[in-house]
Design a protein around this ligand. Structure first.
Ligand code: FMN
Length: 328
């Protein structure tokens, strides 16, 4: 098994290959990307804001910030608190609404040749369905749709959709019914012991793949004022600190659902981080908070992954997917 995947090369390199010669082609089901690095939702803008530092077409894909049917103002300030190994944010899904994004955000990304993954959120199953339906007008400019189910369900005492397998399935089913052949990825929350059940129901409901993980519930307290640092009180932890959590979640879900494409996301900031999340079972790699530290983090992760594979004598990055050597 290890030989087949070339992972023994990690211990005994089979000879260096030229950097740039690794095949980074990534198959997420029917969706084929030139490389596995995908900008994570909410960390790469809503259009081509970062185009001066990263050519959007250079990435496998760009997932834009989650969109709702109507514009949404998000949470009061402060919205971001730095912490050890990452940050806690309570941006609160601020966005201009699907229609405005289709008119003013999407065209620039499309014109630059980016492969765009739209992301939708809502407070009810119907909200998700409406947001997805409005995106069908721009179907040809999208490669996939991500469903951000880390939102309070107003019809279930504001319990997160992503913490409830049935509610997640209802959202996915509704969205899939709207978007036809556009692949739908359900974004999983790490803040539930039900993550495998949620993933299974999402796939049963028609999700073509999964994104794991969203942020980890957290808060920051200002000792001097004795108040929460964030305006919303609590928020979501992201960045290097959550990488071990993401690895575990990806491994759990990929073992339960072999063959289902997973965009492994959480704390990836280097090529070797990307290797680790691929070994855990991810098919592609989401890069989020690292972009705030280094606006070119996404391309650095891609190039370092290429270099790592070349150094280890691994011809295809996809050879790493799920090739974790499990303890006996
Ligand atoms: C400032 C900020 C905004 C985010 N906004 C969204 C969002 O709109 N939708 C979503 O699904 N995830 C959102 N996320 C979560 C990221 O997409 C990602 O899942 C998470 O941060 C873990 O990856 P990372 O550690 O690489 O950042 C956001 C994260 C950050 C830091």
């Amino acid at each position: 098994m290890l030989d087949r995947f070339g992972v023994l090369g990690r211990l005994k390199p089979r000879g260096r290959r030229r950097i740039g010669s690794t095949d980074l082609t990534t198959h997420l089901g029917d969706l084929v990307l030139p490389n596995p690095v995908i900008a994570a939702s909410g960390t790469f803008g809503q259009s081509d804001e970062l185009a001066d530092v990263v050519d959007p077409a250079d990435l496998g894909a760009i997932t834009v910030k989650s969109l709702s049917v109507e514009p949404w103002a998000g949470n009061p300030p402060l919205r971001v608190a730095p912490t050890v190994g990452g940050m806690i944010n309570s941006v609160g899904l601020q966005n201009p609404g699907v229609d405005e994004w289709c008119a003013s955000g999407l065209p620039a990304l499309r014109d630059r040749g980016a492969r765009v993954i739209a992301s939708v959120w809502g407070h009810t199953v119907e909200d998700y369905g409406k947001a997805a339906a409005r995106l069908t007008r721009v179907r040809s400019d999208l490669v996939a749709l991500e469903v951000n189910v880390s939102c309070p369900n107003l019809h279930a005492d504001s319990q997160m959709f992503a913490h409830d397998p049935a509610a997640t399935a209802a959202v996915v089913e509704t969205v899939v019914a709207q978007v036809g052949d556009l692949p739908v990825f359900a974004k999983l929350s790490p803040n539930t012991s039900e993550i495998v059940a949620v993933a299974e129901r999402a796939v049963d409901a028609g999700a073509a793949g999964l994104t794991a993980i969203n942020t980890v519930s957290a808060m920051a307290i200002d000792a001097r004022t004795r108040r929460p640092e964030l305006g919303a009180g609590t928020g979501g932890l992201s960045g290097r600190a959550i990488r071990p959590i993401a690895l575990r979640c990806v491994r759990l879900v990929s073992r339960a659902l072999p063959g289902v494409p997973i965009i492994g996301t959480g704390g990836v900031a280097s090529g070797e981080d990307a290797v680790e999340i691929l070994l855990a079972g991810a098919t592609a790699v989401g890069v989020g908070t690292a972009t705030f530290e280094d606006p070119r983090a996404t391309v650095h992760v891609r190039d370092e992954l290429d270099e790592w594979c070349a150094t280890q004598g691994i011809p295809r990055a996809s050879d790493l997917v799920g090739a974790l050597e499990e303890p006996a």
